[in-house]
Design a protein around this ligand. Structure first.
Ligand code: HEM
Length: 402
C-alpha cells in the first residue's frame, strides 16, 4: 500500500506520478481483512460492501445464466483482495507502468496477480453493440469540470466522495477511523459479456429493413449509434450532432415528450437517468453515478450475424459514495424492474436480465408497438465491490500490522 500510494495521482496535483498512465488502487472487503484492518473498522463499512457482489446476486439480477457459480474465476471468490487499474492513451505508455507495478509485488511474499483484464476504448468511441458510449456524466459540484448537460445542476460532491455533503443535505456513513474513510469512494467492477450477434439478429427479425433496424436500436438505447439522442433528432441519425459534446447531451425529456413517443420510457438512457421525468428532480439525483467502463475483446465484424464464440463486452465501472442507493438501486429497480415506469415486468432492453420471454414496448400513435420474446443481450461474467481509499488512507493501511 505504501508503494502504491506513491503512484496514485492526487486531486490536489492532477499530474500523474506514473507519467502518462493513471493508476488507481481499490480493495475488496476481503482485502481489507487480509491487510489486518481492525474489526471495529471493518464493521463500519456498509453491509452490502461487507457481503461482496456475489452475495448480492439476487438483488442484482445475477441469477440463472448470470449467477456467480457461472462467473469467471476468481471473480466473486474471497481470493480477490486488491484491484489495480491502470489507464493510458497507448499500450506503449502503459507497459512501463505495469512493469513497475509487477516488480513491486513480485518481490513481495504472499502477493500474487490472479486475474488480469485488458480493456480499450474503441477508435470510434463505440461499445460492442455499436453505440457511442461515455457521453452523459453528472457534473460534480466544486470539481470545476463542467457537466455534459447544461440543463442539469451539478451534483453534490458527497454523492461521489466520502466526507462531503451529499444530495440529502447530510453525509454518507463513513468507514472508521476517519483517516481511512475520508476522500474514499466505492467502485463497482462488472465484466459484462455482450451477445452482439443476438442483438443484431433481434433488430433484423423485428424490422422490415435496415432503416427500421436502426430506429428500433435507437428506441432501445434512446440514442442513435452516433450518440445523437432521439430527443433531439427523432426521425434519423445525425452523426454531426452525435459527435458534438456541446449538443449531444443538452436535453430533458418531460416537457417535449411526456409519454415517450420520441424516447420510450423503457429505453436504456431514459431508465438510467430519467432526468426530469419522475416529478421531483432530487429523487433522480439520489441515483446518479460516475461511469468509467471500457470495452474488452475484439470488435465484432460489421454485418456478421452468426456468433463467433469470442468473448467481448464492457468492463463496467461505477464510482459513487453509496453502493446501495446508487448502483444497487439502479441495477435492481431501473435495470431489472419496470415498476417505476408502470410496467413491472419490463426490464432494460439492453442491460436487463431478460430471458427470451420478456417484452419491450415502444409508445406509438395510433397504437403502441410491443416487441416480444426479448432475449438476454448482456451476461454477467463476474465482478467485485471495492473501496477506493484516498492517499492518506493508503498510508494508514500501510502502517497496519497484519
Ligand atoms: C453491456 C451493458 C451496457 C451497455 C452496452 C451500455 C451502453 C450505454 C450507452 C451506449 C449509453 C449512452 C451513452 C452515454 O450516455 O454515455 C449508456 C448510458 C448510460 N448507462 Fe449504460 N450500458 C450498459 C450497462 C449499464 C448498466 C449495468 C448501468 C447501471 C447499472 C448503466 C448505466 C448507464 C447510465 C447511468 C447512462 C447515462 C444515462 C444518461 O445520463 O443519459 N449502463 N449506456
Amino acid at each position: 500500500m505504501r508503494r502504491l500510494s506513491t503512484v496514485v495521482a492526487s486531486c490536489g496535483h492532477l499530474t500523474s506520478p506514473a507519467g502518462d498512465a493513471w493508476v488507481s488502487v481499490s480493495l475488496t472487503f476481503q482485502g481489507l481483512k487480509a491487510l489486518g484492518v481492525p474489526p471495529d473498522s471493518l464493521n463500519s463499512f456498509p453491509p452490502e460492501f461487507q457481503q461482496g457482489m456475489a452475495a448480492r446476486a439476487n438483488e442484482l439480477g445475477d441469477t440463472e445464466e448470470n449467477a456467480p457459480q457461472n462467473w469467471e474465476k476468481p471473480l466473486g471468490t474471497p481470493d480477490v483482495h486488491v484491484v489495480l487499474t491502470a489507464l493510458s492513451p497507448t499500450d506503449q505508455q502503459l507497459e512501463p507502468v505495469l512493469e513497475r507495478a509487477r516488480k513491486a509485488y513480485q518481490e513481495m511474499q504472499g502477493i500474487k496477480a490472479i486475474w488480469r483484464q485488458n480493456c480499450h476504448a474503441s477508435a470510434n468511441g463505440k461499445e460492442p453493440f455499436g453505440f457511442r458510449d461515455g457521453i452523459s456524466h453528472p457534473a460534480v459540484e466544486g470539481s470545476g469540470i463542467p457537466g455534459t448537460n447544461p440543463k442539469e445542476q451539478p451534483i453534490k460532491a458527497g454523492e461521489f466522495v466520502l466526507g462531503y455533503k451529499d444530495e440529502t443535505g447530510g453525509y454518507a456513513s463513513i468507514p472508521q477511523p476517519e483517516v481511512l474513510g475520508r476522500n474514499g469512494t466505492y467502485v463497482v467492477f462488472r465484466k459484462l459479456h455482450q451477445q452482439v450477434a443476438a442483438f443484431r439478429q433481434y433488430l433484423k427479425a423485428n424490422s422490415s429493413g435496415p432503416e427500421e433496424e436502426e430506429l428500433l436500436g435507437a428506441k432501445m438505447m434512446g440514442r442513435w449509434r452516433s450518440g445523437a439522442p432521439l430527443a433531439l433528432c427523432p426521425a434519423r441519425d445525425n452523426p454531426e450532432l452525435g459527435a458534438d459534446p456541446k449538443r449531444n447531451n443538452d436535453f430533458l425529456f418531460q416537457d417535449a415528450d411526456p409519454k415517450g413517443f420520441v424516447t420510450p420510457p423503457r429505453a436504456h438512457i431514459r431508465r438510467m437517468n430519467p432526468r426530469d421525468t419522475l416529478g421531483d428532480r432530487t429523487i433522480v439525483n439520489l441515483h446518479r453515478m460516475i461511469r468509467r467502463g471500457t470495452n474488452y475483446g475484439p470488435p465484432f465484424p460489421e454485418g456478421v450475424l452468426e456468433d463467433d464464440g469470442i468473448d467481448r463486452g464492457l468492463m463496467f465501472a461505477f464510482v459513487g459514495a453509496h453502493l446501495r442507493r446508487q448502483f444497487e438501486f439502479v441495477q435492481s429497480e431501473w435495470v431489472n424492474s419496470g415498476l417505476f415506469i408502470g410496467s413491472k415486468d419490463e426490464k432494460d432492453p439492453i442491460a436487463g436480465a431478460n430471458n427470451g420471454a420478456d417484452r419491450f414496448t415502444v409508445p406509438r400513435q395510433p397504437v403502441r408497438r410491443s416487441l416480444l420474446n426479448l432475449p438476454r443481450f448482456v451476461v454477467t461474467r463476474g465482478g467485485e465491490y471495492c473501496f477506493m481509499p484516498g492517499i492518506r488512507a493508503l498510508r494508514w493501511l500501510a502502517e497496519l500490522d497484519s
